[in-house]
Design a protein around this ligand. Structure first.
Ligand SMILES: C[S@@+](CC[C@H](N)C(=O)[O-])C[C@H]1O[C@@H](n2cnc3c(N)ncnc32)[C@H](O)[C@@H]1O
Length: 290
């Protein structure tokens, strides 16, 4: 049986830590307010990791976040249901446009911390809470909780269901359940599923040792075998998605990222982007009606 997902909550601080090196709205402030640096320091100390050898994660998180945002914008869809939102501030950013409705969900512990974070950021930036932006606790594997969380969305308009950084921690069985939940929701309202999360082993380079050690540490803390739901090659993923009722288009995150700020801020070698390009993808999927 899969371990309690509550152990996965800490990974939200890791993502927030790496996003702070990019020029992503609210990212640096959010990281400071939730103690992301301290969480990262503790991880590095407890597992004797060399942080200098892990800086290349910053452009990876930057590409992941920016490419998803760019694809949402390009889609023209103005409603988003984000699953496993962590401490990502895309919802706060995109709802500056009053036409956007954004519902973001995660497990109760993360949601409680994020509510306090929103209060602080709204006060600092003079952003009034509004009905277009909702934060709610919902287990992504429970379709009824997702339906209950998303009642503020306009059911006559399409929705983008988004998850970023969740599938890595799920078993194959959980991934199937998640896909079935998303399919059911999109069947009710129409729209797209966007995720950068599928891992195709044939595209993934061999891990440098420090990166493998970080993954081991995260695997221990989350009590999850990372990539348990990875796919051997593209055709295995296509078969999975077809069975789940989805037709997918694949984009390269690097190509959908308007500009990288973390590269110069961290003094990283420019060829890193070219090395990341083949492995980092993002999928946009529509549910087939069978
Ligand atoms: C790596 S973090 C990613 C968070 C965020 N999307 C980001 O990019 O910063 C993984 C997130 O998945 C959430 N999570 C894990 N299992 C979940 C579940 N069953 N339902 C909802 N959220 C879940 C965790 O609480 C955590 O916030």
């Amino acid at each position: 049986m899969a371990a309690d997902p509550v152990h996965i909550e800490m990974t939200a601080k890791l993502a927030a830590y790496y996003r702070r090196f990019a020029d992503i709205p609210f990212a640096a402030e959010a990281a400071a307010l939730i103690g992301a640096d301290e969480a990262f320091e503790e991880l590095v100390r407890d597992h004797r990791l060399d942080r200098e050898q892990l800086t290349f994660y910053a452009p990876m998180f930057e590409a992941r976040y920016k490419s998803v945002t760019e694809l949402i914008r390009k889609s023209g869809v103005t409603q988003v249901l984000e699953l496993a939102c962590g401490y990502s501030l895309r919802g706060l950013d995109l709802t500056q446009d009053p036409a956007v409705r954004y519902v973001e969900t995660d497990l109760p512990g993360v949601v409680a911390t994020k509510r306090r974070l929103f209060d602080l950021l709204r006060e600092r930036h003079g952003i009034a809470p509004g009905p277009g932006h909702v934060l709610a606790a919902a287990d992504a594997l429970d379709v009824d909780q997702l339906r209950a969380a998303s009642t503020s969305l306009d059911r006559s308009k399409p929705v983008i269901v988004l998850c970023e950084g969740l599938l890595l921690y799920l078993t194959r069985h959980e991934t199937e359940r998640l896909a079935s939940n998303v399919h059911a929701l999109l069947g009710e309202v129409g729209g797209r599923w966007i995720t950068p999360d599928f891992v195709v082993r044939a595209w993934s380079p061999e891990l440098p040792s420090e990166r493998a050690r970080l993954r081991e540490a995260v695997s221990g803390i989350t009590q999850r075998q990372l990539d348990a739901s990875s796919f051997e090659d593209e055709s295995a993923l296509t078969t999975f998605l077809e069975r789940a009722g989805f037709a997918a288009t694949t984009h390269r995150q690097v190509d959908e990222t308007p500009a990288f700020a973390s590269m110069s801020r961290l003094g990283l070698a420019p060829d890193l982007i070219e090395r990341l390009r083949p492995a980092l993808r993002v999928w946009v999927m529509s549910g087939r009606v069978d």
